[in-house]
Design a protein around this ligand. Structure first.
Ligand code: ATP
Ligand code: MG
Length: 285
């Protein structure tokens, strides 16, 4: 069964797409069969790696036609497939809103891909809305990047956790809200960032306590993440080592994946033989 992870935040620009793309990249290099889903109207994830073959449809087709045929594209990163964002006018939002099963459809449709993938990663837009709700309700685990500055920390406590509370009743419709892991993201060496990171870990998120925690792994703020995106490469391949106290992208992303997926602790990323991987028979085109 594929593990579904939704990367979400009610705040824009926190690092969701970069994180989704880089997690997808390291997971395929660990031999995992990965599907990325771009649930943002601005198709940033869709263009992160470039495409080897493009399906006719994308997320709009998947959800409105309830079919997995003709919605899965192949990225140029060997082993990584993607459901592209094909909704430039944002019509899917209101479609989901007005459909009785709108918010739980994605969850049921992705379950039909369980045999094809080990991990499905969903990137969302940085604002609340029916599509983000659908992506959250499709997940087994939620990951929320939080830059350690006061406005982002407040928005996490107010907006993102508020969204989880609002969706809780969906459990009665068979779509329980998954546990959430906050990820301190774009950490720098300022005292302010250290203090906010510390406070995020100390905070008790009653009444959702237990279902929400902050990951031990931190993602540093370094230029490697932007450079790798410019070169359309996963960051762990771009920066394998680094001098100074900050962990390299390879070390950071490996630690993150091991923390999120303890069953992969034995795996180290290897991209030399990446071409030999991924012979999955997925319903492309
Ligand atoms: N670890 C990092 N260090 C420094 N800069 C980063 C890092 N990760 C991402 N960035 C940069 O931060 C900016 C925002 O990242 P990204 O687009 O991933 O955020 P987002 O949450 O997906 O935004 P949106 O809400 O608009 O979809 C980008 O310019 C990206 O290159
Ligand atoms: Mg984004």
């Amino acid at each position: 069964m594929a593990i579904k992870i939704t990367v979400c935040s009610t705040k824009g620009g926190v690092g969701k797409t970069t994180l989704t793309a880089n997690m997808a990249g390291i997971l395929v290099d660990m031999g995992q069969r990965v599907l990325a889903v771009d649930a943002d109207i601005q198709p940033t994830l869709s263009s992160f790696y470039g495409l080897d073959s493009q399906a006719e449809g994308g997320l709009m087709t998947l959800i409105t036609s309830a079919t997995i045929q003709g919605v899965i594209s192949r990225t140029s990163l060997h082993g990584l497939d993607i459901v592209l964002s094909d909704d430039p006018d944002g019509e899917l939002q209101s479609w989901i809103l007005h459909q009785p099963d709108g918010r739980v459809r994605l969850r049921h449709l992705l379950a039909t891909l369980d045999d094809y993938y080990d991990i499905i990663l969903i990137d969302t837009q940085g604002a609340i809305g029916p599509l983000q709700d659908a992506a959250v309700l499709a997940a087994d685990l939620l990951v929320s990047p939080i830059p350690p500055e006061i406005l982002s920390a407040r928005e996490f406590a107010r907006g993102t956790l508020g969204m989880l509370e609002r969706l809780k009743p969906m459990a009665f419709l068979g779509a329980p809200v998954a546990p959430m892991k906050g990820l301190v993201y774009r950490m720098d060496h300022t005292r302010d960032a250290r203090m906010i990171s510390h406070e995020l870990r100390q905070a008790s998120y009653a009444p959702s306590r237990g279902a929400i925690s902050i990951l031990n792994t931190l993602i540093p703020s370094t230029v490697a993440y932007r450079e790798a995106a410019t070169h359309r490469m996963p960051v762990h391949r771009w920066e394998t080592r680094r001098s100074g106290p900050t962990a390299s992208a390879l070390e950071t992303m490996t630690a993150l994946v091991h923390e999120l997926f303890p069953h992969l602790v034995e795996s180290t990323p290897s991209w030399k033989d990446a071409q030999a991987q991924s012979s999955q028979e997925v319903p492309h085109e």
